[in-house]
Design a binder for this molecule. Sequence first.
Ligand code: KG4
Ligand code: ZN
Length: 332
Amino acid sequence: MRILAVESSCDETSVAILEDGKKVLSHIVLSQMDIHAIYGGVVPEIASRNHVVHMTRVFEQALREANIDVDDIDLVAVTKGPGLIGSLLVGINAATAFAFANSIPLIGTNHLIGHIYAANIEHDLKFPALALLVSGGHTELIYMKDHMEFELLGTTQDDAVGEAYDKVARTLGLSYPGGPIVDKLAALGEDTYHLPRSFLDRDAFNFSFSGLKSAVINLVHNAEQKGEEVNINNMCASFQASVLDVLIEKTKLAAEKYQVKQIIVAGGVAANRGLRKRIFNEIPNIEIVIPSMKYCTDNAAMIAAAAYYQYQKEGALHNYLLGGYSTLNFEE
Ligand code: KG4
Ligand code: ZN
């Protein structure tokens, strides 16, 4: 089964064509990162406008690179949410128009489920599984008993982990997106600032990162007022140590409680070198799969990978009527 998938939930315009949810025939991702870097974060209106400008070209390139006829496409999948609503609607309209014009069935796919299924492109998911989904918009622990069965065990109560990285980087005068640079500098420093770890004991699998972010901001402002230097490398190392202690500890607890066979780490923060190193060392007895970088950040291949299983479970839409949504949701 050949699936053409579209992803436009944030600042990547992406179209991919996959066979049976695994074989990547083409995979085009156009990132707007440079445009949003000027503002220190994604500006929703600018993101949607850029999706409009580039969507057709990305579509054409994906079809050209896959070297197949439109007639050979069996299903069109598109991210329906969660995400920036204006951005989502550009992808939804493009996918709907393409599917309708060519009489191809259409399916709307959940972005988070896409991030998880990114792991199924290069590996095989094994159940029961636990997914740690960490990105600029999400921090979730999700239990999967089988394909397409999800139970949300915990989520962030405030900032997403990637968002905390980006805000801390901004406070330290580092570039956007903050994750990669904080990760790099953390490797050069030590955990000397001993920042708080929010384990939220009464709420076992939920997360909170805004207290940690505020602790960094307060330390930096206090130092500025006293005319003292902040050791940037040590601050990055301290922040990262605090984040990873919490992420890994909660993942380990959930994996043990639910007796999972596999842990999937997905989303943009799965690129974190510190996380990749520590999680394998600290959870040595359970298989851990992490998609390669190109499938960790937002992309349409992961949407096609998820849509393949979603279609088997629920079929496609009959009426081509598809809306988007912005909130965390596995049901719609
Ligand atoms: O999945 P993604 O591309 O977009 C969202 O759906 O949010 O994730 C982007 C996020 C950004 O917050 C970025 O700072 C973070 O992932 N990120 C990292 C690293 N690389 C990207 N965070 C920590 N360490 C990294 N190496
Ligand atoms: Zn994402």
